[in-house]
Ligand binder design. Structure first.
Ligand code: CFM
Length: 570
């Protein structure tokens, strides 16, 4: 039996490491070279011990289309190899921080030690804007039971009940959500029983989520848990009619840096009625009424695809994949909405809107693009932005040499067509998959099968998503759950002009003299969505790439002799 892995086992591509001048010149107008340079995959993995290299090998793919036009297979949503420094977060982070967190009038109590709640408090820069000063907004507050040792020993349910009562007495919220952290599951506190009792006692919606950090391999499990909880306890709990001719929900948009405000402005000018966003700038009332919509728009497929699918099954609301990151992507998404509603006036308004917004966009692109054309960028972000932001770089003529998600699933990389072939492992099985059937009273198909087929034949992804890889250049590298070591290797091997990732990578990248843009919280910037957002982004990238001070400052190890060490055996 072969015990040692040979170098050949992990060699997939031979090729130049650094973009040659010729390759740069060969860049076409979209900024993506016809034949992109290949970052050598084997060089990325060569230092790993055999077992780790074998494991990581399946998460790193050179993007080369098969002859039938399909993309290669990648392994995703699997446990991170022990010992590797990952960028991933925990299940609680995905549930509380991501999906439930941005809703301003659901008072959220974290049942756990102080740190979990404190570090998930507003660090994501999800903004909200109450419509009046009297409207409740609990986002500026950090609620927690502050579990301590005695609670771990004797149980924390009593403390949780007391916290719910206290929060209710002070704030009188319309709803309270209880969120579990790791110790809750370990000691067996029944937070769902507490939620039921408290809901009865207080007469408001109280619901709990068993989103212990360890529940899944990443924050992705927390998204699913939050989707389920909102679907069961919130969505459809109010059936008041909502006025509006073109009623929509926006799924998977979280108003980071004010993105949702910009998207809402466009909807308003187009004459679309947004009932609820899940969950940027949202309220529980909007979510309760969301089944009144006739179309769901899915922005972040990873975090909210469950809701889109469940609403389609229960209420008959189709969903389309949209992307409001990038001026062209925004225009395309708006046009798809117009095509869905098939209304001449709406189309006209949308065309008018696009034409007027695009004027300024074009002027800024013309000014900035020559300074950025051909520059190389690598981006590693969560579960959807690594795809969405490629649009903006294309508009600037920049070349994406490598991209990857931290915790997305194969469908986010390869498209939903691979869903039937994804093997459900024990970790995924850990998260409940709700059985959803059409609601006998409320199910109403919004479109006939023929209409849906017509939309699809016009290139509109109804109830579908094609994934990131098919939009990436041939030969670019796709890396799932990248490790810090691999990121440093990419810097060493390809010297990108810009890296986009998060706070965990930021300073490491800058110390290499490479500018770094956070695409999670946008550093201090934003909005980057819509047309105005695109302009903000172009200018920011221009400043970063062409004005980087980091290149001028030698790192400490470049100024002094570097210390080297080795382990001493025996
Ligand atoms: Fe969706 Fe997000 Fe993202 Fe995400 Fe996130 Fe985020 Fe993200 Mo950070 S919901 S998958 S869990 S688009 S917090 S707003 S930036 S990793 S790419």
């Amino acid at each position: 039996m072969k015990t040692e892995m040979s170098r050949e086992d992990i060699i997939v591509e031979e090729g130049p490491v650094v973009v040659s001048q010729e390759a740069e010149k060969a860049s076409n107008s979209s900024g993506v070279s016809e034949k992109s340079p290949v970052l050598q995959k084997d060089l990325l993995l060569e230092k790993y011990p055999t077992k780790v290299a074998r494991k990581r090998d399946r998460h790193v793919v050179v993007n080369r289309l098969h002859p039938d036009g399909t993309v290669p297979e990648i392994v995703a949503n699997e446990r991170t190899a022990p010992g590797i420094i990952t960028q991933r977060g925990c299940t609680y982070a995905g549930c509380k921080g991501v999906v439930i967190g941005p809703t301003r009038n659901i008072l959220q109590i974290t049942h756990g030690p102080i740190g979990c709640s404190f570090y998930s408090w507003l660090t994501r820069r999800n903004q909200t804007r109450p419509k009046s000063p009297d409207e409740p907004n609990f986002l500026p507050y950090c609620f927690t039971t502050n579990m301590e040792e005695k609670d771990i020993v004797f149980g924390g349910e009593k403390k949780l009940r007391a916290a719910v009562r206290e929060a209710y007495e002070i704030f009188h919220p319309p709803a309270i959500a209880l969120l579990a952290t790791c110790p809750v599951g370990l000691i067996g506190d029944d937070i769902h029983a507490v939620a039921r009792d408290m809901s009865e006692e207080l007469g408001i919606t109280v619901f709990a989520m068993s989103c212990e950090g360890y529940k899944g391999v990443s924050q992705s499990a927390g998204h699913h848990i939050a989707n389920n909880a909102l679907f069961v306890h919130v969505v459809g709990k109010d059936q008041q009619g909502v006025e509006g001719k073109f009623k929509i929900n926006l799924l998977g948009e979280y108003n980071i840096g004010g993105d949702a405000f910009e998207i809402e402005r466009l909807f308003e000018e187009a004459g679309l009625t947004l009932i609820s966003t899940f969950s940027g700038n949202s309220t529980i009332e909007g979510m309760r009424n969301s089944p009144a919509a006739d179309l769901n728009l899915v922005m972040c497929h990873r975090s909210l695809n469950y809701m889109a699918e469940m609403m389609e099954k229960k209420y008959g609301i189709p969903w389309i994949k949209v992307n409001f990151i990038g001026a062209h992507a925004t225009a395309k998404s708006l046009r798809h909405i117009a095509a869905y509603f098939a209304d001449a006036e709406l189309s006209e308004r949308i065309e008018h809107l696009i034409a007027s917004e695009m004027e300024l966009v074009k002027a800024v692109v013309n000014e900035i693009r020559p300074r950025l054309e051909g520059k190389k960028v690598a981006l590693f972000v969560g579960g959807s932005r690594a795809h969405h932001y490629q649009e903006l770089f294309k508009e600037l003529g920049m070349e994406v040499i490598a991209a990857g998600y931290e915790f997305a699933h194969r469908d986010d990389y390869e498209g939903r067509r691979v869903l039937p072939s994804i093997q459900v492992d024990a970790d995924s099985r850990n998260i409940e998959n709700l059985e959803v059937v059409p609601d006998p009273a409320l199910y109403r198909p919004r479109k006939s099968e023929e209409d849906l087929a017509r939309l699809r034949s016009n290139g509109i992804e109804v109830n579908d998503y094609r994934g990131m890889m098919s939009d990436m250049a041939e030969g670019s590298l796709v890396i799932d759950d990248i490790s810090h070591y691999e990121l440093e290797r990419i810097i060493e091997l390809a010297q990108p002009d810009l890296i986009c990732a998060g706070i965990k990578e930021k300073y490491v990248v800058q110390k290499h003299g490479i500018p770094m843009k956070q695409l999670h919280n946008y550093d201090y910037g934003g909005p980057y969505a819509g047309f105005t957002g695109a302009i903000n982004f172009y200018r920011e990238i221009d400043r970063l790439v062409n004005g980087s001070v980091w290149r001028l400052i030698p790192a400490p190890w470049e100024r002094q002799p570097e210390l080297h060490g080795a382990y001493v055996y025996g």
